[in-house]
Design a protein around this ligand. Sequence first.
Ligand code: GLC
Ligand code: CA
Length: 553
Amino acid sequence: MNKDFRKSTVYQIYPKSFCDTNKDGLGDLRGVIQKLDYIKELGVDYIWLTPFFVSPQNDNGYDVEDYYNIDPRYGTMEDVEELIAEGEKRGIGFMFDMVFNHVSTRHEWFRKAMEGNPYYKDFFIFRKGKGGGVPPTNWESKFGGNAWEYVEKFDEYYLHLFDVTQADLNWENENLRKEIQKILKFWMEKGVRGFRFDVINLISKACYEDDETGDGRKYYTDGPKIHQYLKEMHDATFGTDPGIVTVGEMSSTTMENCFQYAGRDTGELSMVFSFHHLKVDFMGNEKWVLVPADFQKLKNIIFDWQTKMAEHNAWNAVFWCNHDQPRVVSRFGDEEKCWKESAKMLGTIIHCLRGTPYVYQGEEIGMTNTDFTDISQFRDVESLNHYQILQDKGLSASDALRIIQAHSRDNGRTPMQWDDSKYAGFAAEDSAEPWIAVNGNHTKINAADQLKDEDSIFRYYQKLIAMRKEMDVIAYGDIEPLAPKDPCVFAYRRTYEGHELIVAANFYGREYTWKGAPDVDGYDRVIGNYKDAVSAEHGVMHLRPYEAAVWYK
Ligand code: GLC
Ligand code: CA
């Protein structure tokens, strides 16, 4: 099964929240098998599954204890084999999620390191403190607090850029790199068709010094040996099979580095996730604030990446949602008044861009942020840590909660809404309670209803996904931003071998007259989120709230 990733769409599954078949309240791999026909119907080519390897689950599986075995909460190796085979029958390839910046402190390597075994100790980053209880550097953990943990026995600290139970790996060590190659080969032999690499641009640390102006990220992001490590991994493993698709999650990266990471002939990865466009409702890098989204900035960033990655023959993953992000319809759309229109509008923008689109479970039915009203309903370690940190900074509990509600990763982690039953069909009604509460709006927003409705968000996504396959201009065309400074309109033109596509979207909930719009006379309207056509004449378009449409010639 070899596919052209430029014509493909990827569906992301967070198994813990997808479908629970054995009634323990946790989603499982058999749940994914059960829903393969649904995913097939959507028309995607690949499924990216977030980690289901043995793990204490402090970061829901991103703290891997054993890469060669399946966490029994998710299922068994037989289930994985069946899943891959069932996917193949349906023309769907699996991309597995590889977490190689760190492992769980319960991983055998770390346990041996803690026993003082020097071979394994060098798989990690242990350093002396500065004396008097001061850690080696002032770097901050991404989940809050200092990034070093003291180990009395060695009078040393180990580095953890994430949770204290996620110890960073020392990529300088060749034996460690060989172990990583072994893991990839193991899964390739099982028939996996792709990999997603977790925070992979953090694996090469430049040095271990205090960062007087920040949190340390400049010393470990896109570090000095990152390209060397990626090329080595590519050549030794997935590079030998041109059918394997890879995507690197690039934290706070630069575009120049991404030209390399995802260049057509650079021998690193097929494509990259970057996140700058999802920080437009942050204050700089600070996520735990409430500020309105900056639309101009959003457009600037997306267009900048689109055009420059194209100039450098490099490939983007394009997306709004994943398991770390709030739901896009709540974030940039209007889940109350124009739920359906805004969800479709946002889908239109992403799916006609140059790049490989990713759909995160539930996005295709317009799932919204959680309706949680109490901190006890949240589960994510990052949210819980920051709830405390915000209050330590002097915020009231209710202000801290409002920030968590808007930005928590749990917004993307509530159970998939399959139907309107008690647990939304994620679990049977007589199952254990889901590990995280179902959103009460599942009675209105669920897959069963949308499959019956030709006008649903699901049907619209299905069409967008099919369009990329049918129209080379979407998969291969150049991109030209239109009206980049317009305060309401998100629009662009794609061109390829004499074919042309025009995409126009009103990003807001008020009617808007776009003067200077391209003349679409003589073009076919191929999709739109209102039944009748946009009113457009001689370069003036009257766009209704969140209206989006696409024309082809
Ligand atoms: C990535 C994952 C996130 C995880 C982190 C640490 O950002 O997407 O869920 O917590 O890496 O592994
Ligand atoms: Ca289960």
